[in-house]
Design a protein around this ligand. Sequence first.
Ligand SMILES: C[S@@+](CC[C@H](N)C(=O)[O-])C[C@H]1O[C@@H](n2cnc3c(N)ncnc32)[C@H](O)[C@@H]1O
Length: 303
Amino acid sequence: MATPGAAPAPILTEAELRLLQALVYHECGMHFDERRTHFLQDRLLRRLRECRADSFYAYYRLLVSPEGKQELCKLLENLTVNETSFFRHKAQLDLFQKHVLEELLKHKQARREYWVRVWSAGCSTGQEPYTLGMLAVDALAYYYLRNPLPMEAPLPKPLIPLPWRVEILASDISYSVLRTGQEGIYSESQMASVDYSFRLRYFDKVGDRYAVKKALKEMVHFDFHNLKTEYLPQRNDVIFCRNVMMYFDEAEQKRLIEKFYRCLNPGGYLFVGHAESLLSLTEKFHMVHRDSGTAYQRIEVRE
Ligand SMILES: C[S@@+](CC[C@H](N)C(=O)[O-])C[C@H]1O[C@@H](n2cnc3c(N)ncnc32)[C@H](O)[C@@H]1O
């Protein structure tokens, strides 16, 4: 219902909708089909009102002007869906920890390359990259127990046994979720899926909330990356891009998978969301499936 005295909402014409849809797609790959037009329309109206633009065309003109860069970022932030949780989809995480990491560590050690790099692309408020960090620390500790190296352990004992290094890169298109992730403080309800052994080792209780401990925080680096662009982080052993591609159309999904292929080290792994799949989108990955967990491994092409 309209607020008494408030100006009536401007009408969004079909042509304006198409212009704005195309702009959003061009900027970040998000595709708003008929099922999601209502959501797009609602968010556009909110931003238009905030900017006091008197029509959707005027708002569009602002977005494409040099002065409109900041507003464009705000609009894109408003259009993202940031739903996430710790330890989301356990079967995939088991596959990551017990199979993918185990195999990676073995190969890396044979080549005396003591580092592992995991990228959480579309990390939202940080629960995914911190989960990956906790799992990687535990996987490495267990691997090291069976494959120790003749190194003197410094005191206090580091989270990662020397000479190993684990780097988790966490990126998103929304600055506000990146800030929350960097802060690393979560409420009791956000912690619901974190069991007590992880809480004890990786979090401090601050009032009624939980703060990620410094050692884990130092492993995770938050950074802005728009997956639509060509310049994305290289040399990753594993990429997690879960529940992001579902907002892109098929053409954009194919482009993104191609980019992920180049961003992975030879033999690297890509994890997508539980409801997403690479089938019919590429022939450059093969599917690895274990106990309801699925990942995709980069296929090496012989020159
Ligand atoms: C539904 S959340 C998924 C979070 C996490 N990966 C998970 O599965 O729990 C999707 C995230 O993708 C981000 N995103 C959407 N389009 C993006 C783009 N073009 N580049 C980078 N991040 C994007 C959103 O900002 C949002 O935080």
